[in-house]
Design a protein around this ligand. Structure first.
Ligand code: TTP
Length: 350
């Protein structure tokens, strides 16, 4: 049997907002949102916990956030500052292990199984303390035998929390988790599970692997394992990506090109958010759009020399749609990266 792994997931608390409160203490204790007021889109990137009490949330329009919270203070994001801080946090992680897999500027998995004398809880506690003392922000951490559970654990007592799911607690803990906590269970699968009467991971246990594969295809195996708290994915330090994309499967097929184009702004917003932390180390090569039709055929269109504007993605989408003219069940937007040495990219989607 393989030895039990010790995985830590670290996630800064309201990251951009914490940094701004650190640098301007007069903001502390008052509702604060970071985002674009006069910005092209004017959305909330994040907000502090005072603002969350009013219902303000990430990705909400700033205009709506202001209506929910009339005293809301708004600051523009300073991405360069957050990138710098992200590197400093990373340095602290690397005091304990080289097996660090960043997920975004403020979030990472660490595999500390091989640490010679500290256990994962001790390491997580030290990391949290060092980040607070040296960098002036709080991070929450989760400790568990795998990535799936470590990520759930870091969220469990946010903000400024530390939660462990010990190996002997896994079965009981997972059984009580709502199935929505399983990554990959979005709206469509969630509805399908609900129709089967499956609300919690425990409700999935009676299904055999074959039954789940029959109903959910390849995803069935993932469901079978995750509802038992099994997740073998390794922590992968600095995997070199060739591309990055976001995809969405729709509960109801999109009937025509206009309906697809309506979805584009939201998809691009998600793409931009995931892309932001990578821009320091990757160079963009070209944009692409993927379309899967109602008959499950799919096509991808990409174009050398195209820019990353919404217009550009719209043209690719029109071309992809035009290849079949059928209702669409999935849309994806993405970028391919250059494989040669990186050069920082300045502004995107300009
Ligand atoms: P998250 O880790 O999702 O959230 P958070 O750190 O702001 O708050 P929490 O305490 O709940 O973890 O996001 C990290 C940063 O990414 C966040 O500070 C701002 C940015 N961000 C966006 O720009 N747009 C978004 O829609 C989200 C969710 C985050």
């Amino acid at each position: 049997m393989k030895p039990t792994r010790q995985i830590i997931h670290c996630d800064a608390d309201c990251f951009y907002a914490s940094v701004e409160m650190r640098d301007d203490p007069s903001l502390r204790g008052r509702p604060l949102a970071i985002g674009g007021e006069a910005d092209r889109r004017g959305v909330v990137a994040t907000c502090n916990y005072e603002a969350r009490k009013f219902g303000v949330r990430s990705a909400m329009s700033m205009a709506y956030a202001r209506r929910l919270c009339p005293g809301l203070i708004v600051r523009r994001p300073d991405m360069e500052k957050y990138r710098q801080l992200s590197l400093q946090i990373r340095d602290i992680f690397e005091r304990y292990t080289q097996l660090v897999e960043p997920l975004s500027l403020d979030e990472a998995f660490l595999d500390v199984t091989e640490h010679p004398y500290l256990d994962a809880m001790a390491i997580a506690a030290q990391i949290r303390q060092q980040v607070a003392m040296e960098l002036g922000i709080t991070i929450s951490a989760g400790v568990a035998p795998n990535k799936f559970l470590a990520k759930i654990a870091s969220d469990w007592e946010k903000p400024d929390g530390l939660t462990q799911i010990a190996p002997e607690q896994v079965a009981e803990f997972v059984a009580r988790l709502p199935v929505q906590k399983i990554f990959g269970v979005g709206k469509v699968t969630g509805q399908k599970l609900q129709a089967m009467g499956v609300l919690y991971c425990a409700d999935l246990l009676p299904y055999s692997l074959e039954q789940l594969e029959y109903r959910f295809g390849r995803f069935g195996k993932q469901l079978y394992q995750l509802c038992r708290g099994i997740d073998e994915r390794p922590v992968q330090p600095s995997r070199r990506r060739k591309s990055l994309s976001v995809e969405q499967t729709y509960a109801q097929d999109l009937p025509d090109l206009d309906a697809c184009l309506d979805e584009l702004p939201l998809l691009l917003q998600k793409l931009e958010k995931r892309l932001e932390p990578l821009l320091g180390s990757y160079q963009l090569h070209k944009p692409f759009v993927k379309v899967k039709f109602s008959d499950f055929s799919s096509t991808t269109v990409e174009k050398n020399g195209a820019d990353y504007s919404q217009q550009s993605f719209a043209e690719l989408m029109a071309e992809a749609f035009g290849r079949a003219f059928k209702p669409v069940r999935l849309l994806g937007v993405g970028v391919r990266f250059r494989e040669d040495e990186p050069e920082p990219q300045a502004d995107l989607f300009g």
